[in-house]
Design a protein around this ligand. Structure first.
Ligand SMILES: [Zn+2]
Ligand SMILES: [Zn+2]
Length: 341
């Protein structure tokens, strides 16, 4: 196969394109999105790789996060969705994959006309899917037990209901990953009339989401007088990123909600830990059925399932052989030995 994944998670598509990782001999890196498990070797890429390409929202998020030199680096470039670009005799197309702001699937047409691609972390259904012969596939959900019994809209609806209910008695604190947190805040912005408070740092990040179309009109920087007044009145929503923690001193009436980008239970999006503590699954990954449908839509005949970022690469490779009758194997050397190359 002409596709592979290194031990550190760099996806290689042909001989010149890597995604989400650094490989020394490769001149081109595609950055599919900004989640940390996809950022390996980014600084080395900045120093060594000729072209680092991504969408404009991803570039803006990286600048908000690391600011520093990205705006001045000629090799860090934003490209438009769906618009083919030609580099090093390859054609590269980035398509939306519904996972978070700026995230993409990658399609590479090699000099001999062969096509390979990488799903990135993806949601399902999608409007447009890459067309490839060989595919590197995210394997967050790989087994037939991982079938979600609710839609994303139902999960969003349950989440909003929960916040509306809990804010009647006091503040609601929400903690989640990048992407999921901002999507949730945007849902609440339309549904709730109370202020949404966040740290100065998180506000910078939220501004990028707002520039790219998220509705976030009620967000206040926690350091402002307006936010302090709202806090003293006790009716507000406070957002926390995963680098922060829930404070312990917020009083009796406070509710805490953790939003999980993964599904802990597939039957119900809301798990109640206590009267005031909840976990809600707002997953931005396709489930098992969605993953099979995605692979079918790409037309891939050979698949490597990503086993370098957790998930279920082995189960998923077996399922692809069984359900779709295509050639599939998990990544990582441990399994390469057992499965043969
Ligand atoms: Zn991700
Ligand atoms: Zn990931």
């Amino acid at each position: 196969m002409r596709i592979d994944i290194s031990g550190s998670g760099a996806v290689t598509l042909g001989d010149v394109v890597t995604c989400d990782g650094f490989v020394h001999e490769y001149p081109i890196r595609v950055q599919t999105h900004v989640h940390e498990d996809h950022m390996d070797g980014f600084d080395r890429s900045k120093g060594h790789q000729k072209h680092i390409i991504m969408t404009q929202p991803t570039r803006d998020l990286l600048i908000a996060e690391y600011n520093a030199d990205i705006p001045y680096r000629a090799n860090v470039k934003a490209v438009s969705l769906g618009h083919p670009i030609h580099l090093a005799e390859c054609q590269i197309r980035l398509l939306d994959n519904g996972h978070m702001l700026g995230s993409v699937q990658v399609e590479v047409t090699l000099p001999d006309g062969g096509r390979c691609g990488y799903s990135g972390d993806f949601a399902w259904p999608l409007g447009e899917v890459i067309e490839v012969e060989e595919l590197v596939l995210d394997s967050t959900y790989g087994s037939p037990e991982s079938v979600r019994k609710f839609t994303q809209e139902e999960a969003n609806g349950r989440f909003i209901e929960l916040v509306v209910e809990r804010i009647k008695v006091g503040p609601v604190l929400i903690l989640s990953h990048r992407g999921t947190l901002q999507r949730a805040a945007s849902c609440l912005d339309d549904a709730v009339k109370f202020p949404i408070i966040a740290s100065a740092r998180l506000c910078d990040e939220l501004r990028v989401y707002q520039q790219h179309g998220y509705s976030l009109t009620k967000v206040l920087n926690a350091e402002t007088a307006e936010a302090k007044l709202a806090c003293s009145e006790g009716r507000y929503i406070r957002l926390y990123g995963t680098r922060e923690r829930f404070p312990t001193d917020k009083g009796e009436a406070t509710s805490r909600i953790v939003l999980s980008a993964y599904m802990s239970r597939f039957g119900d999006p809301v798990v109640e830990y206590s009267e005031k503590a909840f976990c809600v699954s707002l997953s931005d990954h396709a489930d098992y059925i969605g993953t099979l449908e995605y692979v079918r839509a790409t037309g891939a005949k050979k698949v490597i399932t990503d086993n370098s970022r957790g998930g279920h690469g082995v189960d998923l490779a077996l399922a692809l052989k069984r359900e779709l009758g295509i050639e599939a194997r998990p990544s990582t050397s441990q399994y390469e030995r057992e499965w043969g190359k």
